[in-house]
Design a protein around this ligand. Sequence first.
Ligand code: GLY
Length: 320
Amino acid sequence: MADKVEPTIVVHGGAWAIPDALAAASKEGVQNAAKRGYGVLHSGGSALDAVEAAVCVLEDDPAFDAGYGAVLNSLGEIELDAVIMEGSELKAGAIAAVQNIKNPVKLARLVMEKTHHCLIVGKGANMFAKEMGIEEVPPETLLTDSSKAEWEHYKKYQKTVSDLFRTRGSESSNSHDTVGAVAVDAQGNVACATSTGGITAKRVGRVGDSPIIGSGAYCDNAYGAVSTTGHGEAIVKVTLARHVLFLMEQGLSPQAAAQKAIEHMFQRVNGTGGLIVVNNKGEIGFYSNTERMAWASLQSSTLQFGLEPGEKIVQEYTPE
Ligand code: GLY
């Protein structure tokens, strides 16, 4: 087991050209999630409990593409993907293309803890939720005016995935993406979780990177924990989350690994997105090559957050 470390959490509310109308809510939402997750760590809770709690806050916040507020598929329906993982035994659970579930990250954790599987999809995921006593919510309770408007827009203009993800400096695409959290607790255990509605107007049954272990998230106590956001098809092709840990194994700092992994994805598959990372000592990193990415971190009473490239606001925070 690692030496005692300073408990640390980092969260993201997704890459992309987050529209101005959602900018303030995104910044506030990631701070709320970091505070909730840090509260768990501060009271002696595990990294795993902290990332689950933080992601639940983001799933419940309509500013983000996950849970309530998730974007809609080509039929105008919500299909949700989520993953959670812990770094001591590499236990992981994920669900994909699930409907009518308020907090997909909780269902992913039950897959990890109550089954012999790592990933359950669609109808099977909903059947498993019933078995576990997880309430199914009416689909309309997860819909927001903004997700409906975005769906109408993309249906009307027949946008494609590559139209949706833009790098800095190219034409703005008003949308938002995936949420996630990474944490290390006082025992040096790391954990990560990622949750998403995917991409607006995606094919029915399309699954992106988020629930794919090694792409949407990965962690190992030997190095740290990663959660990603962005163009799922690109992220899967370079197994982005595992690639960050590979770079850290080679000796890069979390920040250097974050940047290098995103640059690698851009060079190899023209991919855009972002990620957050924490190592097993509590050092953090975050990077995106999209116009914006909402993120926040909390460690030793220091709250940091940002949205614009290079933006880092630092505030003192006293846990309740
Ligand atoms: N990153 C979310 C997705 O592509 O589904």
